[in-house]
Design a protein around this ligand. Structure first.
Ligand SMILES: Cc1cc2nc3c(=O)[nH]c(=O)nc-3n(C[C@H](O)[C@H](O)[C@H](O)COP(=O)(O)OP(=O)(O)OC[C@H]3O[C@@H](n4cnc5c(N)ncnc54)[C@H](O)[C@@H]3O)c2cc1C
Length: 562
C-alpha cells in the first residue's frame, strides 16, 4: 500500500468504511453506491471477498420473507417473540420483515434463483413457531454475484485486511485501523461513517471434531465486530445466549430444513419418530442432553428416488459441495444409510441468536456515525434476511450521515498505539507456546466453563481463566510470523467475548432459551425479574465489563394488527 504523507503508514480517506465484506457488508456497499454513485466506499475484508463469510458455508433459503398473501410482518413479530422467548425489540425485527419481500424481489432481478412450481408459486417452508416465512433459494453463486456487482459499482475492497481498532474523534466515529494479514502492514482509514459487519464469534467453543476451524459458522469470524464496537463505546447485548446447533456430526454442515421439510424422518436414539413434533434445534438439544435420547438421526430411505436426488442436488451444490465427499467417505448413501446428528460447538451470533451490538431500526449504534448490520448487530435471529435488509438500512443511514458531516481528523496517536502494540507482539518470537495450541486451550476452557449447563461456580472459573489467558497471550505465546500475529489478535477477541459471555450469563440468574442459557442453579425461567436485555459496555479498559439493563421495546402497531 502506497504511503500518502510523511507518516510511517498509509492513510486513505473515504465517505463510508465497511468492516467485513460478507452478506451484510457486500449488500451495504452495493446499496451505498445505489444511493449515491459518487460516495467513496471502502471495504476492509479479512479474507477474499469472493468467498468470505457465511454465504459460502451453505445457504439454501432466505429464512424470513413476509410473502404477500402468505404471511405478514405483524405475524412475524409474533413468531420472533416466541422464538426469542420475549427478549427482542420489535422495531428492528418489524423493519426487517417489512422490507424482506422487496429485498427478495431485488435479488431475483439480479439473477438469484428462488425456485417456483408450475403455477409460479415460491416454495415457502414453515420453520418458525407460527407463520410461513422461509423462502427457498438455490443459488450456489450468490457470493460471487455480490462480489462482482460490488466491483462493477466501483467499491474499493481492501482484501486480507483485518480491522484492529475503530477511531473516534470528539465522541463520533472517524475511521479505523487495519492490518494486512499477509504482510503485517498497518493501514489507517479516515471515514465520515463506518458500518460494522464482521459477523459473530464463530470460533468460540471447540467443536467435537477437535479442529479449530471445523465449525458451523464462518471460521474467520472471531467476534472482532463485537470487540471493536465495545472498545469504541457501543452497547452490546445477548452475550448469555450461548448458541449450539444440532446438525450433521463432525462436519457441522446444515441440512435439517432441507431434509425434514421434504419428508425426511427424524428418529431419536431409541428409534422413536420425532418428525411429527415440529422439532426445532432447541427441542432436539433438550432431547439429546436432558433426556439422554440422542444422538438423533435423519432417515431418507423411504423417500422416492427423485426426492432424494433433489435433496442431494441442494446439499452438494448450494450448500457445501464438500458434503458429497464427506458422506462418501463415511459410507453413507441416503437411499440406505442414516445421517447422524450431534450438537455443534457453542458460538455467539446476532443472525442465528441474540448476541450483538445494539442497534435501532435505523441500524444506529450508540456511537454517532457507527452503524452495524448482520451477525455483528442485534437484529434478533434475522439470519440472511436480516443481514441483507440491515446491510441496506445501514448503508442508507451511513450515506446520509456522511453527506451531512465533515471528515473528522483522525487520532494519529491511536494509530501509533496500534503500531506499537503490533511491534511489541512481533518481539515475542522466542516465547514457547505455539499460537494454535494456545487457541485450542482457550476454546477448551470455554467448553468447560461457559458452554451450558452453566452455574455461578463455572462462570467464575471462566472469568479467572480468561484473565489468566490475557496475560499468557502476552507472556508465553510465540509470535514468529505475521500469521501468528493475526491469529493472536483473533484469540484476544475470542477471550474478550468469553469474558463478556461469562459476565452476562452470571447476571441473568434464570434459565431461558432451552439449553442455550440453562443455569442449573436457577433452572426456571423467571419472566417477572428477567424479561429485559442485559447490556454490556466498556469501563476503564476492556476487561472492565460494565453491566446494565434495558427494557424490551414493543410496538403498538404490532399489538393492534396481530
Ligand atoms: C452454515 C450456515 C448456513 C446458513 N443458512 C442460512 C439460510 O439458509 N438462510 C438464512 O436466511 N440464513 C442462513 N444462515 C445465516 C446467515 O448466513 C448469516 O446470518 C448471514 O450471512 C450473516 O452475514 P454477515 O455479513 O453478518 O456475516 P458474514 O457473511 O459471515 O460476513 C462477515 C465478514 O466479515 C469479515 N471479517 C470478520 N472480521 C473482520 C475484521 N476484523 N476485519 C475485516 N473483516 C472481517 C469476514 O471475513 C466475513 O467476510 C446460515 C449461516 C451459516 C453459518
Amino acid at each position: 500500500m502506497k504511503k500518502t504523507s510523511s507518516l510511517p503508514y498509509p492513510v486513505i480517506h473515504c465517505d463510508l468504511l465497511i468492516i467485513g465484506g460478507g452478506s451484510a457488508g457486500a449488500m451495504a456497499a452495493i446499496r451505498a453506491k445505489e444511493m449515491n454513485p459518487k460516495c467513496n466506499v471502502v471495504v476492509f475484508e479479512k479474507g477474499d471477498i469472493k468467498y468470505s463469510g457465511c454465504i459460502a458455508r451453505g445457504m439454501d433459503a432466505l429464512n424470513i420473507v413476509a410473502v404477500p398473501g402468505v404471511s405478514t410482518p405483524e405475524l412475524y413479530l409474533d413468531a420472533t417473540r416466541m422464538a426469542c422467548e420475549g427478549i427482542v425489540d420489535d422495531p428492528p425485527s418489524y423493519m426487517m420483515a417489512k422490507r424482506s419481500w422487496d429485498l427478495m424481489k431485488k435479488l431475483e432481478r439480479w439473477g438469484v434463483c428462488f425456485p417456483v412450481d408450475d403455477g409460479g408459486n415460491y416454495e415457502i417452508l414453515q420453520v418458525h413457531p407460527v407463520g410461513k416465512f422461509c423462502l427457498t433459494m438455490q443459488e450456489p453463486e450468490l457470493k460471487t454475484m455480490l462480489a462482482a456487482r460490488l466491483a462493477e459499482m466501483g467499491v474499493r475492497v481492501i482484501g486480507r485486511t483485518m480491522a484492529l481498532e475503530l477511531l473516534t474523534t470528539g465522541g463520533r466515529i472517524s475511521g479505523a485501523v487495519g492490518i494486512n494479514v499477509r504482510s503485517g502492514e498497518i493501514i489507517a482509514c479516515a471515514a465520515k461513517s463506518v458500518i460494522l459487519s464482521a459477523g459473530g464469534t464463530a470460533r468460540f467453543g471447540l467443536p467435537n471434531n477437535g479442529y479449530l476451524y471445523g465449525v458451523y459458522d464462518y471460521p474467520g469470524n472471531t467476534g472482532d465486530g463485537y470487540c471493536l464496537a465495545y472498545r469504541a463505546g457501543a452497547e452490546l447485548s445477548g452475550f448469555e445466549y450461548t448458541l449450539i446447533y444440532y446438525i450433521v456430526k463432525d462436519i457441522n454442515a446444515p441440512l435439517l430444513y432441507i431434509t425434514l421439510t421434504r419428508g425426511g424422518k427424524l428418529l431419536n436414539a431409541f428409534g422413536f419418530d420425532k418428525s411429527k413434533e415440529h422439532p426445532s434445534i432447541k427441542s432436539m438439544l433438550v432431547d439429546h442432553h436432558k433426556e439422554g435420547s440422542g444422538p438423533m438421526r435423519i432417515i431418507l430411505s423411504h423417500l422416492p428416488e427423485e426426492r432424494i436426488r433433489a435433496i442431494e442436488e441442494i446439499l452438494f451444490t448450494t450448500e457445501r459441495p464438500v458434503q458429497e465427499r464427506f458422506y462418501k467417505g463415511r459410507g453413507v448413501d441416503f437411499r440406505s444409510g442414516e445421517i447422524e446428528l450431534w450438537p455443534t460447538e457453542c458460538f455467539l451470533c446476532g443472525g442465528h441468536g441474540l448476541t450483538g451490538v445494539r442497534v435501532n431500526e435505523r441500524a444506529e449504534t450508540a456511537v454517532p456515525g457507527l452503524f452495524a448490520a448482520g451477525d455483528t448487530s442485534l437484529v434478533a435471529r434475522g439470519h440472511l434476511s436480516g443481514a441483507f435488509v440491515f446491510g441496506e438500512i445501514a448503508a442508507e443511514e451511513a450515506v446520509g450521515y456522511a453527506e451531512r458531516e465533515r471528515m473528522a481528523d483522525i487520532d494519529h496517536g491511536a494509530v501509533e498505539a496500534v503500531i506499537a502494540g503490533r511491534n511489541d507482539r512481533l518481539s515475542r518470537s522466542g516465547n514457547r507456546i505455539p499460537v494454535e495450541e494456545f487457541e485450542y486451550k482457550v476454546r477448551r476452557i470455554i467448553n468447560d466453563y461457559i458452554v451450558p449447563p452453566k452455574n455461578e461456580y463455572k462462570l467464575d472459573r471462566a472469568l479467572w481463566w480468561m484473565d489468566r489467558f490475557r496475560s499468557e497471550l502476552h507472556d508465553i505465546v510465540r509470535i514468529a510470523t505475521v500469521h501468528d500475529l493475526f491469529k493472536a489478535y483473533e484469540i484476544e477477541n475470542i477471550i474478550q467475548c468469553a469474558s463478556m459471555s461469562a459476565v452476562a450469563s452470571k447476571t441473568r440468574r434464570e434459565s431461558r432459551w432451552g439449553i442455550w442459557h440453562y443455569r442449573t442453579d436457577y433452572p426456571e425461567r423467571n419472566d417477572k425479574d428477567w424479561m429485559k436485555h442485559i447490556v454490556l459496555t466498556m469501563g476503564d479498559e476492556p476487561r472492565d465489563i460494565r453491566v446494565g439493563e434495558r427494557n424490551i421495546i414493543t410496538m403498538q402497531i404490532a399489538k393492534e394488527q396481530t
